[in-house]
Design a protein around this ligand. Structure first.
Ligand code: ADP
Length: 500
C-alpha cells in the first residue's frame, strides 16, 4: 500500500478520499485554492498545499502544479476524485511520466472511452448494444438533417467530448435541426474546446441504469451491480439508488457482464462505470463509460459492503481484488440525494453565501458525505453540490421513509438548497412506486417545486413565524399548545428553515 497519496480535488469527494486513506493508514495530502484555505478538506488531510487562486483554471485544473506538489510532499500516488482532472488523459499520462501512480484507469483506457464517439465505436466492435446513431461526428447542419431523417425524429445531438449534459439538444422536428446543430456545436466548443457533435436516436421513457465495475492489474474484473439514476433535471442526476426496481437478478448479471466486456475492451483497470439506457421493453443501450469514481458511488458501497475508494487505492498499489463475482449481491436498498446550493423555487438558480447554520441528520442507516461546515463560503467558483445525503434500509419503501426522515433533520442556513425539493420527491406517489424514467422529473418539476399551500403548511408557517419571532426577541411568543406541536427541536428547525 502507498504511504502517502495526494488528492487533486476539493469538497466532499476530497474528504471522502481522505477518510479512505486514513482508515488504510495512508498519509493524505490535500490541495486547495485561495478560496478554500479554510475548507474542511484542508484541515482533514495530514498535509495541504496551496495551488493558486480561486478559479479552477488557475488551481484545481493545473495538473503540472499538482504533480509538482505531489513530488515535493513525497506522495506516491494521486487520486483525482471526479470532475476537474479525473478524466483527462494527458493528466493520467503526466502523473505516470512523473513516476507517480494515477489512482484510476491507465491513460490509454481514458482515451479509449474519453470521447463518446470513440467509446461507441469500441462498444459496437465488441458486441455491446448502443443507441442507434452515428459513430462519427457530423460535418454540417445539412448532413445532420440528412442523418436525422434516416434515423427518424426525435433525435439527440450530442457533443463527442460531452459531460454533465452539456452540448446536448433534443430535436423533435426537421425545422429545428439546423439551429439545434449550431447551438450544440457552440456549446460543445465553449464547454470542452471541441465542437465535434454526433447524433443518436432520442429514446422516449427509458431509465438511466449504470453498472459499477472494478478491476485489478492481474486481470480480475467484476461488476458491483447497478445504480438507477433516472431522476434527472436537464440530463443531470439528482437522486440515485441501488438496486433498481427495473433490474432482475438475470438482467443484472447480463448487463454486468456487458459492462465488464466493454471495460475489458478498453484495457480498463480500477473503478469505472458503464452507463446504459434501459428501455421499457427490457432492451438496453450503452451510453458511455465514466472512467473515474462517480458522485453516486456510495449507494453501491452501502448495498455491496465494498469500500470503493479503498479498493481503488488497493488495486492502484498492485493488490488483487479481494472478492469474486459470486461474492457480490446487493443487500437492502440505498438512496442518495444530491444536496446542492440551488433554489428549487427559483428554477434551481445557484445560491451563494456563507453557511450560517448546519444541523446534520444522523441515526440508523444515514450517511452524510459533505464538504461544508458552519462558516463555509459557497461561491460560484465551484460546483453547487455541497454534500450527498445517503441512506441504507432493508427495502425501498423503508429507504424512502428513512431519506424523508433524514432530510427533515437536515438544516442548512445561509444559502438556498435542494433539500425541500428532495422532501417533495420522497412524498411523491409515482416516485414511491418506483415509476420513474429519465423524463419523469421534468414532467413533475412544476408540482414538486411549487409552494406548500396546504392547511398543514399554513399551520406550520404560523408556528414557525411565532417561533422565529420568539428566537429573535428572546421572549416567549408561542403558547403552550403551539409549543407542544413543535414536536422536536429537529422538526422545529426543519420547519423554520423551510419557511425562511
Ligand atoms: P453526459 O456525459 O453529458 O452526462 P450522457 O450521454 O451520459 O451525457 O447522457 C446524459 C443523460 O441524457 C442520460 O442519463 C439520459 O438521461 C439522457 N440521454 C442520453 N442519451 C439519450 C438518448 N439517446 N435518448 C434519450 N435520452 C438520452
Amino acid at each position: 500500500m502507498f504511504e502517502s497519496v495526494l488528492i487533486a480535488n476539493r469538497g466532499e469527494i476530497a474528504l471522502r478520499v481522505i477518510r479512505g486513506c486514513r482508515e488504510l493508514g495512508v498519509r493524505s495530502i490535500a490541495v486547495y485554492s485561495d478560496a478554500d484555505a479554510g475548507a474542511p478538506h484542508v484541515r482533514a488531510a495530514d498535509a495541504a498545499v496551496n495551488i493558486g487562486p480561486a478559479p479552477s483554471s488557475q488551481s484545481y485544473l493545473l495538473g503540472d502544479r499538482i504533480i509538482e506538489a505531489a513530488i515535493r510532499e513525497g506522495a506516491q500516488a494521486i487520486h483525482p476524485g471526479y470532475g476537474f482532472l479525473s478524466e483527462r488523459e494527458w493528466f493520467a499520462r503526466a502523473v505516470r511520466d512523473a513516476g507517480l501512480v494515477f489512482i484510476g484507469p491507465p491513460a490509454e483506457a481514458i482515451a479509449a472511452m474519453g470521447s463518446k464517439t470513440a467509446a461507441r465505436t469500441l462498444a459496437v466492435a465488441h458486441g455491446v448494444p448502443v443507441v442507434p446513431g452515428t459513430t462519427e461526428s457530423i460535418a454540417d447542419a445539412e448532413h445532420a438533417a440528412e442523418i436525422a431523417s434516416k434515423f427518424g425524429y426525435p433525435v439527440l445531438l450530442k457533443a463527442a467530448a460531452g459531460g454533465g449534459g452539456k452540448g446536448m439538444r433534443v430535436v423533435r422536428e426537421p425545422s429545428e435541426i439546423a439551429a439545434s446543430f449550431d447551438a450544440a456545436r457552440r456549446e460543445a466548443k465553449n464547454a470542452f474546446g471541441d465542437d465535434a457533435v454526433y447524433l443518436e436516436k432520442y429514446i422516449e421513457g427509458p431509465r438511466h441504469v449504470e453498472i459499477q465495475i472494478i478491476g485489478d492489474m492481474h486481470g480480475n474484473m467484476v461488476h458491483l451491480g447497478e445504480r438507477e439514476c433516472s431522476v434527472q433535471r436537464r440530463h443531470q442526476k439528482m437522486i440515485e439508488e441501488a438496486p433498481s426496481v427495473a433490474v432482475s437478478p438475470e438482467l443484472r448479471a447480463e448487463m454486468g457482464a456487458t459492462a465488464v466486456r466493454a471495460a475489458r475492451a478498453a484495457g480498463y483497470v480500477n473503478a469505472g462505470t458503464c452507463e446504459f439506457l434501459l428501455a421499457r421493453d427490457g432492451s438496453y443501450y450503452f451510453l458511455e463509460m465514466n472512467t473515474r469514481l462517480q458522485v453516486e458511488h456510495p449507494v453501491t458501497e452501502l448495498v455491496t459492503g465494498i469500500d470503493l475508494v479503498q479498493w481503488q487505492l488497493r488495486v492502484a498499489s498492485g493488490q488483487q481484488l479481494g472478492f469474486a463475482q459470486e461474492d457480490i449481491s446487493p443487500k437492502g436498498w440505498a438512496m442518495e440525494c444530491r444536496i446542492t446550493s440551488e433554489d428549487p423555487a427559483n428554477d434551481f438558480l445557484p445560491s451563494t453565501g456563507r453557511i450560517s447554520y448546519l444541523h446534520l441528520p444522523s441515526g440508523p442507516g444515514v450517511r452524510w458525505d459533505g464538504g461544508i461546515e458552519i462558516g463555509s463560503e459557497v461561491s460560484l467558483h465551484y460546483d453547487p453540490m455541497l454534500a450527498k445525503l445517503i441512506v441504507h434500509a432493508p427495502n425501498r419503501d423503508l429507504a424512502v421513509a428513512r431519506m424523508h426522515r433524514a432530510l427533515s433533520e437536515l438544516v442548512i442556513g445561509g444559502v438556498e438548497t435542494s433539500r425541500e425539493f428532495h422532501l417533495r420527491v420522497m412524498e411523491d406517489a409515482e416516485f414511491r412506486a418506483g415509476a420513474i424514467e429519465i423524463q419523469w422529473l421534468e414532467r413533475r418539476l412544476a408540482s414538486l417545486t411549487s409552494d406548500v399551500g396546504t392547511e398543514d403548511g399554513a399551520m406550520l408557517a404560523a408556528l414557525a413565524a411565532a417561533l422565529l419571532a420568539e428566537s429573535e426577541s428572546g421572549t416567549r411568543v408561542a403558547g403552550p399548545a403551539q409549543r407542544e406541536s413543535a414536536v422536536s427541536a429537529w422538526g422545529r428547525a426543519a420547519r423554520l428553515e423551510s419557511i425562511r
